[in-house]
Design a protein around this ligand. Sequence first.
Ligand code: COA
Length: 316
Amino acid sequence: MSGIKLISTGSALPRQEVTNFDLEKKVDTSDEWIATRTGIRSRHYCSGDESHLGLCMAAARQAIQRAGVSPADIGVCLVATLTQDTMTPSAACVLQKELGLAEDTVCFDLNAACAGFVYGLHTAECLLAASPRRYGLVIGCEVLSRITDFTDRSTCVLFGDGAGAVVVEWGADYPSICAVMGSRGNREVLYIPGVNTGSASYIHMDGKEVFRFAVEVLPRCTHEVAEKAGVPLEAIDRFVFHQANQRILDHAVRKLKLDPARCAGNIARTGNTSAASVPILLDELVTTGQLASGQKALCAGFGGGLTWAGCLLQLA
Ligand code: COA
C-alpha cells in the first residue's frame, strides 16, 4: 500500500468582495433570487494588479510555509485551472521559477474544470510514487470573473475568483486516497470556447442540465470513494464538496443521509470558484480546526466536461 497524506493548506481570495447587492447594480437580478436559488451572497473578483499567478503564489507560499518544507523538497507541482494567465508557459511552470522549485520538478497545469483539483491529487499521488522527492504541491486557481458574460444573468451570478493550495506527502506505508474519476464528453451543457473557435471565451451553461448531472453524480461518486477505501460514510470526518450551488449540496447531503455538521461549506462567501473551491474549503476547515490531524475528508468535485472526481484525504 502507498499513498499521500495532506500536510498543509493555503488559500488566497482577491481583495474585492462583490455582494449580490453590488451585482444588482449591473445585472437584472436580486439578492433574494441569487440567495434562494444558489445560496450565494457574495464572491471575490480580481481587480487592479491582482492576477491568476498572484493568487497561485499567495496560496502556494502559505501552504509551503505551513508545511515547513523547503521548495527544494517538492517533486511535483500541479495547477488545476482553466483560466491561467498564459496558455504557455503553464501556471505550474511559472511557479517553478517563482517558488524556487528544482528544475526536475514535474510541473504542469491540468484542466478537468471543477473536478480539476481532485484530478490533481490523484495525479500527484501517481507521480510522487515515481519521484525522487516525496512532497507534492497541488493548487486549484481560477479567475472566472474574466470569462464571465455579465449579459447572461443565469450564469454570471454564480462564479468567483480564488486559489487554494495543498502540500501532500507520499509514503510507502500511507493509504491511497482511493480516487474515483470519470468523464462524459459533452460539448453543450457547459463549455468555454477556445482560441481556435473565433468566439469570445465566455462560460456558456445550461443550468438545469448541470444541476441534473450534479445531483446524479455527486452522491454516486461519494459512495464509490467510500467503498473503494473500505470506510463507511459514518467514519468519515468531513465531506468537502465542490461549492457550486447550495441546493446541489443539500440534495447530496439528504440523499447520502449525511450529518450536515460534517458538510460545512463556504459558498455563501466565495461563490463557485471551480477548481479552487475544494482546496479553499479544505484550507478553511484546517485553519479553523474543523479538520484535525488524523481525520479524513472525502473531497469531491464535478463540472464541465462533464467530469467528476472524488477521493479520501487524511490530514497527517
Ligand atoms: N436573477 C433573476 N432572475 C433570474 C436570474 C437571475 N440571476 N437568472 C435567471 N432568472 C430567471 C429566468 O429568466 C427565469 O425567468 P422566467 O421564469 O420568467 O423565464 C427564472 O429565473 C427561472 O430560470 P431558470 O433558469 O429556470 O432557473 P433555475 O431554477 O434553473 O436556476 C440556476 C438557475 C443556474 C441557479 C440553476 O439551474 C443551477 O444552479 N444550476 C447548476 C449550475 C451550476 O452549479 N453550475 C456549475 C457547475 S460546476
